[in-house]
Structures are given as C-alpha cells and as structure tokens.
Design a protein around this ligand. Structure first.
Ligand SMILES: [Zn+2]
Length: 426
C-alpha cells in the first residue's frame, strides 16, 4: 500500500476514507482526495489507536485500518467473555459471531483464545472505485466472516495479480458467474460480490435471497464466482496504477490521442480485449474489428494476435474446461440487455431460462448484434458445452457507469442471480 498524506489522490485514498467512515471518524462519502477533513480524521483515528498522530497513512496506520476494510478483526478472549458479551461490546449479532467461529465451543471459551469478530457493516463497498486491492480486502473479509466460503485462484494476470475465485455451495448444479472482463466495467465486480455477501448472510441466518432460500441454493448448487477477470485493466481504469509507472506509460502510448484515458480503458494491460479472445468465431471477430480499424493493441476491441494469447482469458478458458458448468453468466455494462445465443447453437432450455432472467431483471432478451457476436466468453461456452450461457449487460449509459447507479443495478440483478443458480435444475 502507498504512503498517503495531505494532497494524495486516488483509489487508495478512497479506501482510507471508507475505513474511516466505517470507523466513525469521517462523515462524508469517499472522494479520493486527501484533504484537511481526511487528515483530521486520520489524526483522530491514530490518537484513539495509540499510533503516532501525524496524519500520515503509513504502514502501521494501514494495518490498524484494515479491519474496517475486511469487516472483521481478531480479538483475544478475556476472562468472563462470552459470545453474547463480545457481540454486545462490538455492536454485532450473536449469530454473526457464531458463524465466523464454527470450531469454537461457546460454552468453553478460554482466556487468551483468538476469535474472529465481524464488524457491524457489509464488507463489499458500493461507494468507491473498485480496484484489485479492494477485491483482496473483500475476499479476505468474506472468507473470514463466512468460513463455509472457499477461496481460490484461477491463475494470474499479466502483472501477476491473482484471478480470485470464491465458491459457495455443495450442490450438483455447477454455475459460474464472472465479471469485469472489461476494465471500465469494474462496477460489475462489486455487483456480483454484493450478491455473494447477501447470499452468505442469508445462508448463515436461514433466510432467502432474491426470492430463493439460501439453504436450497447451498444444497443444490455450487457457485463459482470470478469477480474480476481483468484486474490489471481495472487498476489502470480506476487510477490504481499510478501515472509515472511503466505499465501506465506503456498503456498511454497504446492509447495515443484517444479521449478518456485511463477511465475508458477496456482491454487488459497489454491492450487486448479479453472478451474477444475465446476460440469461437475468433477469425470473424478479427475480420470485423480489423475492418473497424482496431488492428493493434489499444484501449478496446483489439482481438490479439491469436485466440487465448492473454493469461487472463486463457485462465478462464482452462478453468471452464476443468469445471464443466451447467450455466454461466458474464457481467458487462452496456444497456440493460441479456444475450443468450451464439451462432446456430440453441442449448436446451437456454431461451426459456433467458426469458425468465429478463423478466426478473426487467432487462431485454436479445440476439447479439453482428459486430460483437464472436469470440466472447459466452460464445465459446455455448459452442463448447451446448449449455445456457449469458452475457448480462447491466446498467444504462456509457462505461464507466457512475456509482450512483449501483443500488438500482443491484436491485435489478439480485433475483436474476438467485434464479440463475438453480435455473438448469428444473
Ligand atoms: Zn463489456
């Protein structure tokens, strides 16, 4: 993490502001600008936590802020402590303490014993630019709060970042949700993660999510979630990759004079569009995109020199071959539409399920327009397995979508996501 001080800007400042807001030291929503209010909040936080009160966020302050990013902390049991007393002291539910500590016998707590204590807010933020760093905090925090959740990695990005995976459920129906193939569509990562968090919370407390009992989803489905296929691109588009770094300079050179750099960047960090990389009509995709002028690495629409040249798309491809899914959803952001078809394929039940997904979200079910009808993940998945695979284009307007749309997008998609987990079960 960077050293942050008065005058610093960027998504790491937003993380600090989010943590301070959750802790109570800052009232305003994060804006990514380390100004006088943020400095005062940092100083107050440092004083209350026995740190040198210099208003600068260095290593020790980052570490002390971490529980307000992961949403949980480790506490040491004191004489007389019970789950109930700990829950009251920290303002959380008894159930959440039990859920986070399944191996601990609450009737036999020992002084000195370590417990995981969830903090009283949702882990997944909807008010900050969502970087790969934010994803790391969320994955760590969700796995600690919900130990039944399993974490894994499908591989690595060009810059060596893990392609994080989270797994929920023990059922036979295998479902795969992925998001943020496209860098400037990073809002889809917190979207699917928010669903996972609500799903876990519902499962832990015996409730429903999106109209379906979470216990049924757990028993009948195994959900694998890859929230950020393109972490390097997301970090470029969100400003996490700093101007002045080599990766930034190279991307800027590829971008040339095109407007909206880096926030409109869509490709991976090598300038290849990861959703034009799959071996399903790739030559057609190449022909179309070349005719539109996308003939070399750049911010969008370059198909690469061959299919699967990029480690991110290769990893998703390999992972899908190892886990033959019954249904997949790929999240993008382009106009409240669901695409269900590839070429002449007509997977069993795909259209009926697609209609239901559309009805639940209020989105339209459509055929993919010719210019983007090839080499996407869903195209390849349908061709390979002849099973239902969908591209969900969430939200309205030009990417990156404003975070102000997040709650509305989430509401539209929660029932769709819950239904998709069991749609192929019948
Ligand atoms: Zn997209």
């Amino acid at each position: 993490m960077n050293l942050l001080r008065y005058g610093s800007v960027g998504p790491q400042v937003e993380l600090v502001q989010l943590a301070l807001q959750r802790e109570g030291a800052l009232r305003e929503d994060p804006d990514g600008i380390f100004g006088a209010r943020t400095r005062a909040a940092v100083t107050g936080f440092q004083r209350r936590n026995g740190l040198a009160a210099d208003g600068v966020v260095g290593k020790a302050t980052w570490q002390t802020l971490t529980p307000w990013l992961t949403g949980c902390r480790t506490v040491t049991v004191r004489p007389g402590d019970t789950f109930y007393r700990l829950a009251v002291r920290w303002g959380v539910s008894l159930r959440s303490v039990e859920t986070a500590n399944p191996e601990v016998d609450p009737l036999n707590l020992q002084p000195g014993q370590k417990l995981v204590l969830p903090l009283p807010f949702e882990v997944v933020p909807a008010t900050i630019r969502f970087t790969s760093t934010a994803l790391s905090y969320c994955a760590e925090g969700l796995a600690a709060r919900y130990p039944f959740l399993e974490t894994d990695s499908a591989g690595q990005s060009v810059l060596g970042k893990p392609l994080r995976l989270l797994r929920f459920g023990r059922g036979r129906n295998a479902v795969f949700f992925n998001a943020a193939h496209h860098a400037n569509e990073w809002i889809t990562a917190p979207l699917v993660l928010r669903f996972l968090e609500r799903l876990c919370a519902a499962y832990a407390s015996g409730r429903a999510v999106g109209g379906v009992m979470a216990s049924e989803l757990w028993n009948r489905c195994t959900l694998r979630l890859l929230p950020m296929v393109n972490p390097d691109g997301v970090d470029l588009a969100t400003g996490e990759i700093a101007p002045g770094s080599e990766a930034y300079a190279q991307a800027l050179a590829m971008n040339g004079s095109r407007a909206g750099f880096p926030e409109n960047w869509k490709a991976n960090i090598r300038g290849v569009d990861l959703n034009l990389q799959y071996p399903a009509g790739w030559d057609d995709a190449r022909r179309i995109k070349f005719s539109q002028g996308y003939t070399k690495p750049g911010p969008r629409d370059y198909v690469g020199s061959a299919p699967l040249t990029e480690p991110e798309s290769r990893a998703v491809y390999d992972y899908s071959l190892r886990n033959p899914f019954d249904l997949t959803l790929s999240y993008h952001t382009q106009g409240q539409v669901i695409y269900w078809k590839y070429d002449g394929f007509d997977p069993p039940h795909a259209k009926v399920i697609g209609r239901r997904l559309a009805a639940l979200s209020g989105y339209a079910l459509e055929l993919t327009p010719e210019e983007s009808a090839y080499a996407g993940y869903k195209d390849w998945f349908i061709q390979q397995f002849d099973r239902p695979g969908y591209t969900v284009e969430a939200g309205e307007g030009v990417s990156p979508l404003p975070l102000g749309q997040f709650e509305e997008i989430y509401r539209a998609n929660e029932p769709l996501l819950a239904y998709a987990m069991l749609a192929t079960v019948g």
